[in-house]
Design a protein around this ligand. Structure first.
Ligand code: ZN
Length: 482
């Protein structure tokens, strides 16, 4: 496959160092709050990348960290530890917060069909690894102690800015905007490897180290965890575009200084999800989470479909209208697949292979998932039997993970149930899977049957207030949210 490599600013053919195992690392969440759907866009696209590599036949080992210590409010190592902020907000301990939001993150991932990486490692479990790396960086002269903290000395590197053209002045602006300037740094770009001097007396988690009791900086954890589980050479490192600087830039600096050779070959960065007023964040505007989408009646996979419709290297604009369009298209796609008849003949393997080659070319071109979605519609038009079409869709869905076949099967089963009940003269309610609404719609149907039209109208009005529209059909009613 071809992948845009942020480190070289070019689209390159992906060639793993060792084809018998692709080594992939993903920066995980800082578990002090729910993930917003903008964060989850990155995890969806990284999931597609992993599944595509597996689909192409590569064995993959993927590692992800969970940041449960050391990520300060500003990425430039100033401000309050985000975990502590979360704990204070909710009157819980840092570890309780970490557990709660780690579980919430994986629940969101499950709703979005995002596979859990092979290794998930909380940052607090690898303190010995960070201490070993920092010790060697000090020995090699890449790090220094100042004011009780240990810093990485960026002036020792021939090249520090890997991903962009940041210069001292850009960075100076960043420093000015952050909470406070750190007078211990020799160079503005230097960053903390180990803190002992936290300005917050009650920093909850601390460990002993050769430099005093303290805690690791945010950047060192990804180098430590990656090298621990994936060794000295990494094939692909992924993350959101806002991680490119300073986080990934610092990861490269410390990893290569420590190892003494190049570390990671390909860097993949997923761009932002924006709202009409700019980049989505936890503190600005409506806090958009998977739970909120579900509360509003959206299938989380409609959001996955929405993300896959656009390229990961372009900013994507979220609006409820855009999501509605994607949700409508997703439902129609499922309905079209539900209309296919399974086992209507033998699967034409030649046609499957041909379609797979087209999909491979489309998605293998820098993870062009919108072309992958187009390939789904093309598969529905292939001149072949339905069993073959279903086999093609099933294969593509191993990468896109839209649950196409199970959802289509559920729609088909529901349709058959309706038919069966109708055949017996019964009353069926079909809707969007909400038992409370189903019960009200059914009560209205029964009131009508009993010629209690006042009650039937009252229930219809009550549902209308909730944004539900009912359509009477032979033998029952269908409802939907409008
Ligand atoms: Zn990271």
């Amino acid at each position: 496959m071809y992948l845009y490599n942020s480190a070289t600013h070019k689209k390159e053919e992906f060639v793993p160092r060792d084809p018998s195992l692709v080594k992939m690392y993903t920066c995980g969440p800082t578990v002090y709050h729910y993930a917003h759907i903008g964060n989850l866009r990155s995890y969806i696209m990284e999931d597609v990348l992993e599944k595509f590599l597996r689909w192409e036949g590569y064995p993959v080992k993927r590692v992800m960290n969970i940041t449960d210590v050391g990520h300060l409010a500003s990425d430039a190592d100033t401000g309050e530890d985000k975990m502590l902020k979360g704990a204070r907000r909710e009157h819980k301990t840092v570890m309780e917060i970490a557990k709660f939001y780690t579980d919430a993150f994986f629940a969101d991932c499950a709703d979005l069909n995002i596979k859990t990486p092979d290794v998930v490692e909380p940052a607090t479990r690898c303190i010995d690894e960070y201490i070993a790396i920092i010790t060697r960086l000090l020995e090699k002269g890449y790090a220094y102690q100042a004011g009780g903290n240990v810093y990485f000395d960026t002036s020792r590197l021939e090249r520090y800015y890997i991903f962009n053209d940041h210069d001292e002045e850009d960075l100076a602006v960043g420093v000015r905007e952050s909470v406070e300037e750190d007078g211990n740094k020799r160079n503005k770009a230097d960053f903390v490897l180990w803190f002992t001097k936290s300005k917050f007396e009650d920093q909850a988690l601390k460990w002993d180290s050769p430099w005093g009791v303290g805690y690791p900086g945010w950047h060192i954890e990804c180098s430590g965890i990656s090298i621990k589980h994936l060794g000295e050479y990494l094939d692909i490192h992924c993350g959101g575009i806002d991680n490119a600087f300073p986080h990934h830039t610092n990861e490269i600096a410390q990893s290569e200084a420590y190892l003494g050779h190049p570390w990671c070959r390909y860097w993949m960065h997923v761009h932002h999800l924006n709202t009409s007023d700019g980049k989505m964040s936890k503190s600005k505007g409506e806090f958009l989470t998977v739970s909120l989408l579900k509360e509003k009646g959206y299938d989380p996979l409609a959001y996955r479909f929405f993300c896959l419709q656009s390229h990961y290297r372009k900013a994507l604009v979220f609006s409820w209208e855009n999501l509605d369009n994607a949700a409508g298209a997703y439902r129609k796609l499922i309905d079209r697949i539900a209309a296919l008849r399974p086992a209507d003949g033998p699967v034409d393997q030649g046609a499957v292979e041909e379609a797979k080659a087209r999909f491979d070319k489309a998605v293998g071109n820098d993870l062009n998932t919108s072309m992958g979605i187009t390939a789904l519609y093309d598969a529905l038009k292939v001149k072949t039997n339905d069993a073959t079409k279903l086999a093609i869709l099933d294969s593509f869905d191993q990468v896109l993970s839209l649950s196409l076949l199970p959802k289509a099967a559920a729609v088909r089963a529901e349709q058959e149930k309706v038919k069966a009940v109708q055949a017996q003269g019964g009353y069926t309610v079909t809707g969007e899977g909400d038992p409370d609404i189903d019960a009200l719609v059914r009560a209205r149907g029964e009131a009508k049957k009993a010629k209690n039209f006042a009650e039937a109208d009252r229930i219809r009005e009550e549902l209308k207030q909730q944004g539900i529209e009912i359509t009477d059909v032979p033998g029952g009613a269908v409802w939907k949210r409008i």
